[in-house]
Each structure stands twice: as C-alpha cells, then as structure tokens.
Write a protein of this length. Structure first.
Length: 145
C-alpha cells in the first residue's frame, strides 16, 4: 500500500482486447490490446487517489476513469516527488522505443505534454524504469544518498 502522502504515480493497466472507448471530451478512441501506463500526481492524499483508481464503482472525473472502466490495474508505483516530476516521468518513459503515446491529450489537459498515457504491446519491467527515474531525480536535484 502507498505510504507517502504526496507524489507522482504510475498505474500499470492491462487491456485484454482491442476496444473503442469514449473518453469524455476526447470522444471515442481505439485502444489496442496490451499494457498501458498512466502517469499521475497527487500533492496530498496519494493513498486515497490510488484507492479511488482501484475502485470499479465511481463517478467519472478524469480521462483515466473511462479507460479503467474497461481495463484493470495490474500494479502501481509511487514516487515521492513534486508535481513537476509528473511530466518529467512521462518524458523519461516515452524516450524508450517500446512505449508510445496512443491518444493525444489523454491525462494531460493541465500541461504541455502530448499525453500522460503510454502504451506497449510487449511486457516491460516498469519497476526497473522507475528505479532509473528515481536515480535520475537524485542526479538532477544534486541530492547525495
């Protein structure tokens, strides 16, 4: 379970079949079977945010709610970091050739990123990528551990 109160997170999501899903104002979008990775942040009550995403019966508020109505969270990762690192994590992950942004604007209505949702049709070790990103944050901030 989440032990930090604020930070950024990644939801690892499985979609078992190709689906066309209506995503609020983004309209209908085609989603391919595979793994999706949603990057978000909560600057307070991170545990509550993750628990909300894990619930199946909820009012739709964010783009991710529409996808989670048709797909399941397989895992999630949290990082104690400021909100600005939400976009930095997205950009860090999208640098990998095996991840692509499938829908422009998904989860990124409050920033300049193309999206905050990434897709892969192959299995990746997100844990290792998150570890690399945490090391990147440490190098960037000049913190010595």
């Amino acid at each position: 379970m989440v032990e930090i109160n604020s930070g950024i997170y990644v939801l690892e999501i499985n979609l078992k079949n190709d689906k066309s899903i209506e995503i609020g104002a983004l309209g209908f979008n085609d989603f391919k079977e595979g793994k999706y990775y949603y990057i978000g942040s909560a600057q307070s009550n991170l545990k509550s945010r993750i628990e909300r995403h894990l619930k199946s019966n909820k009012k739709f508020h964010w783009h991710i709610d529409y996808l989670l109505d048709k797909a399941k969270i397989a895992n999630y990762y949290t990082i104690e970091a400021e909100k600005k690192y939400e976009c930095k994590l997205y950009n860090f992950l999208k640098e990998h050739n095996f991840l692509e942004a499938p829908i422009k604007g998904f989860g990124a209505s409050d920033c300049k990123c193309k999206a905050h949702l990434l897709y892969s049709n192959s299995k990746i070790d997100l844990g290792d990528l998150i570890k690399d990103f945490k090391e990147h944050i440490i190098r960037e901030s000049g913190v010595n551990n």
